[in-house]
Design a protein around this ligand. Structure first.
Ligand SMILES: Cc1cn([C@H]2C[C@H](O)[C@@H](COP(=O)(O)OP(=O)(O)O[C@H]3O[C@H](C)C(=O)[C@H](O)[C@H]3O)O2)c(=O)[nH]c1=O
Length: 330
């Protein structure tokens, strides 16, 4: 089995961690826009299924530089699908029927919920609103088109915000955690009332493994843990846990919270109703948010050398989180 992975964190890290000891899975890092490399990978590994986790995944970066997202998420998915279809057409009838192309996507393709709106499900119409979510929506459509047109047995999972270990510190939870450890400002976009639905990365990994084993062609599975939180509450939870795990003589880390200029086009709320995925896959998220955050904060306290090296790139000009000036409140 081949798990093609190029650049993203979220689900990638999860699946890498959980499948790396399972000999049925091969984790591959490659450039998915390189058709020859993709065809070569299929010829070498002759997989029974592909889990396509490769993506550019950070909304802020997509606003700065959308072209990278179009290349990786749209062109890359096309290239991988094309290589998969060529390989799949060489299989005997039994293996062709059993083959699966599992495309891992996001709930952001469904747009933005207002307070009181029902959570997203598999039947929510697409309404992507950022360069990132537009490219993920395009890739979802390509995957479904390859199933309808060519018969390639594809299916899609759309998931909520992931968090956990090895999370790249451009995203809210790792960024705030390491800033709080270092006593730096904690940037909260807008007024902090935007809502995200948080899924511990190991729970997502379990869902993905079940999906690739049980997923049916043409299906969609919306994956989440029913744990929506306002951003400001997430940030306060991280501060509280860090204060307990590693008290700061200067006082609570909440003093470091700064409201900054909002993200352009900032989606207000994401939330998934995972009932269909739970029933169809026999899966349920096991980690509750408070316990998941505590283990995540502990992990960042214990893996300083990993994030310090990445952190230093920020000082060399790479974007991690906001580009707006701290204290520039919306
Ligand atoms: C980096 C940062 C973010 N935020 C806000 C913006 C969002 O409302 C929330 C989470 O932001 P983050 O960039 O971590 O994630 P989302 O924009 O919700 O998108 C994430 O979850 C979906 C499902 C994916 O598909 C994306 O790949 C993944 O990046 O915190 C801040 O307030 N301050 C900050 O410094």
């Amino acid at each position: 089995m081949v798990n093609v992975d190029c650049m993203t964190y979220a689900a990638t890290t999860a699946s890498t961690a959980s499948v790396s000891s399972d000999p049925r899975y091969v984790h591959i890092r490659a450039d998915i826009t390189d058709g020859a490399a993709m065809r070569d990978i299929f010829a070498t590994h002759r997989p029974d299924a592909v889990m396509h986790l490769a993506a550019e995944s950070h909304v802020d970066r997509s606003i700065d530089r959308p072209v990278t997202f179009v290349r990786t998420n749209v062109e890359g998915t096309f290239t991988l699908l094309d290589a998969a279809r060529q390989y799949w057409s060489t299989l005997d009838a039994h293996r062709r029927e059993a083959f699966r192309f599992h495309h891992i996507s996001t709930d952001e393709v469904f747009g933005s919920l207002q307070p009181g709106d029902p959570a997203f499900t598999e039947t929510t119409p697409y309404d992507p609103r950022s360069p990132y979510s537009a490219t993920k929506a395009a890739s979802d459509h390509l995957v479904r088109a390859w199933q309808h047109t060519y018969g390639l047995p594809t299916f899609v999972t759309n998931t909520t915000n992931n968090y956990g270990f090895w999370h790249f510190p451009e995203k809210l939870i790792p960024l705030v955690t390491i800033n709080a450890i270092e006593g730096r400002p904690l940037p909260v976009y807008g007024n902090g009332t935007n809502v995200r639905d948080w899924l511990f990365v190991d729970d997502h990994a379990e869902a993905l493994v079940l999906a690739v084993e049980r997923g049916r062609p043409g299906e969609t599975y919306a994956i989440g843990a029913r744990q929506p939180r306002r951003n400001i509450d997430v940030v306060r939870t991280i501060c509280r846990v860090l204060d307990e795990e590693c008290p700061d003589p200067a006082g609570s880390r909440e003093r470091l919270i700064h409201y900054v200029t909002d993200r352009p086009g900032h989606d207000f709320r994401y939330e998934i109703d995972p009932s269909h995925a739970e029933a169809a896959l026999g899966w349920k998220a096991r980690h509750d948010f408070d316990a998941g955050i505590r283990s995540t904060v502990r992990w960042y306290l214990q893996h300083r050398e990993w994030w310090e090296e990445i952190r230093n790139r920020q000082y060399a000009g790479e974007r991690l989180g906001t580009t707006s000036k701290i204290g520039n409140a919306a």
